[in-house]
Design a protein around this ligand. Structure first.
Ligand SMILES: *[C@@H]1O[C@H](CO)[C@@H](O)[C@H](O)[C@H]1NC(C)=O
Ligand SMILES: *[C@@H]1O[C@H](CO)[C@@H](O)[C@H](O)[C@H]1NC(C)=O
Ligand SMILES: *[C@@H]1O[C@H](CO)[C@@H](O)[C@H](O)[C@H]1NC(C)=O
Length: 243
């Protein structure tokens, strides 16, 4: 079968707060017309992109020619639960109507409606590439950096820079799924100065100039924009693709 890939970078987010444009929320959405079961579509997206698409409230409606499997599926654990394939977000926003039937996977139709269907049906599907990725593994800062750098062969991930207010808000929201209280970022002190491994200038005015500890974290349950910790501690971390 013809394997056509329509590739359109889309600005996922429509809300613009003055001077605080979302950077890390943006991603690329790709529509794949070849038909696959939900599970095979998931494998494909995880291999070539980040995952099957997660649709958030702030996600713009997709073009009407984008239809097919999305990341939403029902898992039967202790009790049934609708989850996104990416696993790092609970279902906080839903366009699913009746919840009674036995179908466990969801596709998007031409009207941007979410429809339940059997997971082994074959359909086109929608993948996305994510800029900010929470890795739920416990690593030292250096190991985390290495992990990010090797994350996707063709792409350029590294430990994440949090720059704007929106970056911090978005990252903190994502960090709620982390298994550690704090999550490594790309903030680092070396050779008498602070820098982001992503290359952006460090914007924090209140950062200590002679720190005892030299690696940056985001604390998921505080309001501060950064914390500083011993680089050899192990925790979850944020990788990102430079905007
Ligand atoms: C989106 O696509 C553009 C153009 O190919 C690319 O430069 C950018 O890195 C992609 N972004 C993501 C998040 O994959
Ligand atoms: C990471 O560390 C946290 C806190 O110590 C722990 O709860 C969690 O299970 C660990 N995760 C892994 C994958 O080892
Ligand atoms: C990744 O980023 C680094 C530093 O910004 C740059 O030197 C390198 O060429 C980039 N690699 C790719 C594959 O884009």
């Amino acid at each position: 079968m013809m394997n056509i890939l329509i590739f359109v970078p889309l600005m996922l987010v429509l809300h613009f707060i003055c001077g605080n444009q979302p950077r890390l929320r943006d991603g690329n959405i790709t529509f794949h017309t070849q038909s696959k079961t939900w599970a095979k579509a998931q494998t494909y997206c995880r291999t070539h992109h980040t995952d099957l698409i997660t649709i958030r409230k702030e996600t713009a409606d997709l073009p009407s020619n984008y239809h097919g499997w999305i990341g939403l599926h029902r898992e039967w654990t202790v009790h049934e639960e609708w989850r996104w394939s990416r696993g790092d977000e609970k279902l906080t926003f839903s366009k699913l109507s009746d919840d009674s039937s036995a179908e466990n996977c969801v596709y998007l139709n031409n009207n941007n409606d979410w429809i339940k269907d059997q997971c082994d049906h074959e359909k086109s599907f929608i993948c996305y590439d994510e800029r900010l990725v929470l890795v739920e593994e416990n690593k030292t800062w250096e190991e985390a950096l290495e992990h990010c750098r090797t994350m996707k062969k063709m792409k350029n991930y590294t430990l994440a820079t949090l720059k704007t207010t929106d970056d911090h808000d978005f990252a903190r929201k994502k960090a709620q799924q982390a298994t550690t209280e704090e999550v490594w970022t790309g903030l680092r002190y070396l050779g008498d100065q602070w820098f982001w491994v992503g290359g952006e200038p460090v914007q924090y005015q209140n950062i200590p100039s002679c720190p005892d500890e030299r690696c940056g974290v985001l604390e998921k349950n505080s309001k501060s924009s950064f914390g500083i910790r011993d680089c050899n501690e192990r925790r979850n971390f944020f990788c990102y693709l430079k905007p």
